[in-house]
Design a binder for this molecule. Structure first.
Ligand code: UT7
Length: 329
C-alpha cells in the first residue's frame, strides 16, 4: 500500500470580540504602550468576556464554520485532539466537551497540555493516527482562554496574553503533502520559570494558594526569553536543513507569537526574508496553544498548494519544536 501522509485540508479560527488595548492596560497596571510595543510587538489582544463561555466554546466557533465550508458532517469525525492549558475543567478533557457540542458522536478525543507548544505536539500525534491508516478525519485544536489564569495586577504577564484559538482538519493522502516532519523537545527542569503554581495535585487550591495568587500564571520572563530565543531558532533551523530545505525553499515561517524579538531571531537563524514570516502578535498577543492555528487561519489565502511551511514554537515546560508542512491545497 502507498504511504499515507496527513494533509491539512481545512483550517478554522476564532477570537473573541472584546479588545484589550495597550491603552486599557495603562489604566490597570504600571506600564505603557511604548514599552509593550517595543519589548513584545503587541498592540492589543482579545478577551472572552461572555460569562458562561470557556475554551471549548471558542474551539466550537472555530470548528463548525470549518466543517461547514468543507460540507463535512460532524458524525464523520474520528478523533479530536485539543491542545490547551485552560481546559473548561481540570477534567474531563475539553476535547470530549467539544465533541459533544459539535455533535461528533463517533469521535473520541483527548487533551494535550504542552503550553505554547501544545498545537505542534497535537498536530504531530494527530498526523500519526492518519498515517497509520486507522483514522480518516482528525481535528486538531489549539485554544486557550488565558484571561482565566492571568493576574491583571501583574504587569509581567498581563500585557502578553490573550484569548483565542484555531483548528485544522487532517485527512489522508498518498500525495507528498501534509506533515512531512517534526522535531519536538521538552525539558521539565524549566518548569519553575513559567508555571501556574497552584490548582494541581502539588498545591491543590486553598484559601492560602488563592491569597498568594498562585492560581495565576507566573513567568520569569528574562529566563524564558533566553531559552526561547535559542531553542526556537535552533530547532527551526534543524528541521529546515534535515529536510534538505534552503532558506529559498521555505515559503513561510509560522512562528509561535510570544515576542517579536524571538520571532526575528528565529527568522534570522534560518536566513529568511521578513516577507516570509507570518505575524499577527500585534492583534492577538500570545494566545498560547492558539497562536499557530490562528496564523494558519489568518494567512490561509496566501498559501499555495506545494508551499513549504515551517511551524515552530517554544513554551512552558519547557517545551519546543518545529514541523515541516507541505501545504496541500
Ligand atoms: O509563550 C511562552 C513562552 N514565553 C515567552 O517566550 C516569553 C519570553 N519573555 C519575554 O518575552 C520577555 O522577557 C518579556 C516581554 C516578558 C519581558 O521583556 P524583557 O525585555 O525581558 O523585560 P524584563 O522582564 O527584563 O524587564 C525590563 C524592565 C524592568 O525594569 P528595570 O528593572 O530595568 O528597571 C521591568 O521592571 O522593564 C520593566 N517592566 C515593565 N515596564 C513597563 C517589566 N514589565 C513591564 C511592563 N511595563 N509591562
Amino acid at each position: 500500500m502507498d504511504k499515507l501522509n496527513a494533509a491539512i485540508t481545512a483550517v478554522g479560527g476564532y477570537v473573541p470580540e472584546t479588545v484589550l488595548t495597550n491603552a486599557d492596560l495603562e489604566k490597570m497596571v504600571d506600564t505603557n504602550d511604548e514599552w509593550i510595543r517595543t519589548r513584545t510587538g503587541i498592540v492589543e489582544r482579545r478577551i472572552l468576556k461572555e460569562e458562561d463561555k470557556a475554551s471549548s466554546d471558542m474551539a466550537v466557533r472555530a470548528i463548525l464554520p470549518m466543517l461547514e465550508s468543507k460540507q463535512i458532517d460532524p458524525l464523520d469525525i474520528d478523533l479530536i485532539i485539543c491542545a490547551t492549558i485552560t481546559g473548561d475543567y481540570v477534567f474531563p478533557a475539553t476535547a470530549n466537551i467539544i465533541a459533544d457540542k459539535i455533535g461528533a458522536k463517533n469521535a473520541w478525543g483527548y487533551d494535550v497540555a504542552a503550553a505554547c507548544s501544545g498545537f505542534l505536539y497535537a498536530l504531530q500525534t494527530g498526523a500519526k493516527f492518519i498515517e497509520s491508516g486507522t483514522h480518516k478525519k482528525v481535528i486538531v485544536v489549539g485554544v486557550d482562554k488565558m484571561s482565566a489564569i492571568i493576574d491583571y495586577t501583574d504587569r509581567n504577564t498581563c500585557i502578553i496574553f490573550g484569548d483565542g484559538g484555531g483548528c485544522v482538519l487532517l485527512e489522508p493522502t498518498t500525495e507528498p503533502f501534509g506533515i512531512m516532519d517534526a522535531k519536538l523537545h521538552s525539558d521539565g527542569s524549566g518548569r519553575e520559570f513559567l508555571v501556574q503554581p497552584a490548582g494541581g495535585s502539588l498545591n491543590p487550591p486553598s484559601h492560602e494558594t488563592i491569597d498568594a495568587r498562585q492560581h495565576y500564571v507566573y513567568q520569569e520572563g528574562k529566563t524564558v526569553f533566553k531559552f526561547a530565543v535559542t531553542n526556537m531558532a535552533e530547532v527551526s533551523y534543524d528541521v529546515m536543513t534535515r529536510n534538505g530545505l534552503s532558506s529559498e525553499d521555505v515559503d513561510w515561517l509560522v512562528p509561535h507569537q510570544a515576542n517579536l524579538r524571538i520571532i526575528d531571531a528565529t527568522a534570522s537563524r534560518m536566513g529568511l526574508d521578513a516577507s516570509k514570516v507570518l505575524i499577527n502578535i500585534q492583534k492577538y498577543g500570545n494566545t498560547t496553544a492558539g497562536t499557530l492555528p490562528l496564523l494558519l487561519w489568518d494567512f490561509e489565502s496566501k498559501f499555495k498548494k506545494g508551499d513549504n511551511l515551517i511551524l515552530s514554537t517554544f513554551g512552558g515546560g519547557f517545551t519546543w519544536g518545529a514541523a515541516y508542512v507541505k501545504w496541500a491545497y
